[in-house]
Design a protein around this ligand. Structure first.
Ligand code: ZN
Length: 474
């Protein structure tokens, strides 16, 4: 007979296999790299004893998010969580003179060896997919066993999706490294540093030891800790007690303890942007204001059906929105979405829905600076017929001119090398094929002879995925 303790042990093993796994380490950033380290040292040498002025201008920095799944396209980080992280970041960077914005819908990567990766594969992923002159963040299942890390050689950040729950400071912390700021316990990442590198509790060597900032107290804690600190007493080389500051985002205190960057840390980040990242700073202020919820046009209460050949969702445009998050679920609560995607258009088409089944859908606007806009009401609908289309934003493509004149030639330009033959179909809104062509050239041309004025859908497909663009023929 099994003992109670073995049953309890079996229960815990059972339970843990369902619990969200937490990475072994908080942050895997071991070095800021040569450029950032040199700029930081130069900046810290220039710091006098007078108080730093408040930031006079705000730097607006563009984020590009990459959501990584398995080879089969499973396991993506939750889109709402990814989008809303921009709002959280901007609060965490409040008063720093630095704000972030989303430049485009997230990009998707289906690759199991990037979804769960080591540093080598993570570096390859970043170099392969990062968008130049932007801050690239890769959301994965396993970021080399860390909650996150900044990779100076690839100039990008990876985040484990399990460390992105509400109240998380992981992304703010990793972007702190991206912007050239080290840990408050700098030097302790690999074990106990030599005594001359240990910051004294009285701050007397604050410019040359620890993180080199004099407004962040000595910190020797390179493992996660709960605040207030209650571990064994930390003594500096002269026997004074070290009291680390749990409010600092660049420490390893628990997320709920972390609220801020110090004045010198903020100034160092602005200095880094000014010296190294001027080229990515937005020239116009992105929109951070309120957004209205969109009005659902179809399906809606008056016509609660979608055509199964091509399930098309449409909504009214919202002022200042640069995209929309569309969700479809079997449940009114919008749990377990079968579709959760951000699109730039006010229209979305899919083949993923099952004919005869009742679903619910809702949509919300996303502005560059406000990624937390309100959802529309949740509308019920039923799928009426079999379908045949899908949408996938991993094919980078430009379609122009659009709108296009009747009888003109529509150009389809691929910004990535085209790995395999691409199939292109021009469909009307009922899903009927109007034109079809295929090829592997990076620029394909579709003559629109005989195509009447109206709205069409361009379905573009290769082995990497499928996407649909709306084309207006005038
Ligand atoms: Zn770190």
């Amino acid at each position: 007979m099994k003992s109670i303790s073995s049953l309890i042990a079996a229960f815990f093993i059972f339970f843990q296999s369902f619990a969200q796994s937490t990475p072994a380490n908080y942050c895997g950033t071991m070095s800021l790299g040569e450029e950032r380290t040199a700029l930081l040292k130069e900046f810290q040498r220039s710091l006098g004893t007078r108080a730093l002025a408040e930031p006079q201008i705000t730097y607006y920095l563009p984020l590009v998010f990459h959501i990584v799944g398995t080879n089969e396209g499973n396991g993506y980080a939750d889109l709402s969580m990814v989008l809303e992280s921009v709002c959280a970041l901007n609060e965490q960077y409040g008063g720093s003179g630095i704000q972030f914005y989303l430049e485009r819908p997230p990009l998707y990567i289906d690759n199991s060896s990037y979804y769960v990766h080591n540093y080598k594969d993570g570096t390859r992923m970043m170099r392969q997919y990062k968008v130049a002159n932007r801050i690239n963040v890769f959301f994965v299942q396993n970021a080399a066993d860390n909650c996150g890390y900044f990779n100076p050689s690839a100039d990008a950040v990876a985040i484990a999706k399990s460390c992105m729950l509400q109240g998380s400071t992981t992304l703010a912390h990793e972007l702190g490294h991206y912007l050239g700021v080290p840990h408050t316990f700098n030097g302790w990442e690999h074990g106990t540093p030599p005594e001359y590198e240990q910051e004294r509790a009285d701050g007397s060597n604050c410019k040359t030891a620890g993180d080199g900032f004099c407004d962040t107290p000595a910190d020797y804690l390179a493992d996660r800790w709960d605040c207030p600190y209650s571990g064994s007493v930390l003594l500096d080389p002269v026997g004074d007690t070290v009291v680390p500051d749990e409010t600092l985002i660049m420490s390893y205190s628990a997320d709920e303890c972390q609220t801020r960057f110090s004045t010198q840390q903020k100034a160092a980040m602005r200095n880094y942007i000014n010296r190294s990242k001027q080229g990515m700073v937005a020239s116009e202020v992105p929109y951070y204001g309120a957004l209205m919820p969109p009005q659902q046009l179809s399906p809606d209460a008056s016509n609660p059906y979608v055509n199964g050949t091509l399930s098309v969702f449409q909504w009214s445009p919202v002022s200042r929105a640069m995209g929309y998050q569309v969700q479809v679920s079997r449940f009114f609560s919008m749990a377990q979405n079968v579709i959760d995607i951000m699109v730039e258009d006010t229209l979305f088409a899919t083949s993923e829905l099952i004919p005869g089944v009742r679903y619910y859908w809702r949509v919300r606007p996303v502005a560059a600076g406000n990624t937390c806009g309100p959802f529309s009401t949740t509308n019920e609908f039923t799928v009426s017929l079999p379908t045949g289309l899908d949408q996938n934003p991993t094919i980078m493509v430009s379609v122009f001119p659009n709108p296009v004149r009747q009888g003109a030639v529509l150009q389809v330009l691929f910004s990535d090398p085209v790995a395999s033959e691409v199939q292109i179909e021009l469909l009307d809104l009922s899903g009927k094929q109007i034109k079809h062509l295929s090829g592997s050239s990076p620029q394909l041309q579709i003559p629109l002879d005989g195509v009447a004025a109206g709205v069409y859908l361009l379905k573009i497909e290769n082995e990497r995925g499928r996407l649909i663009r709306r084309v207006l023929v005038q």
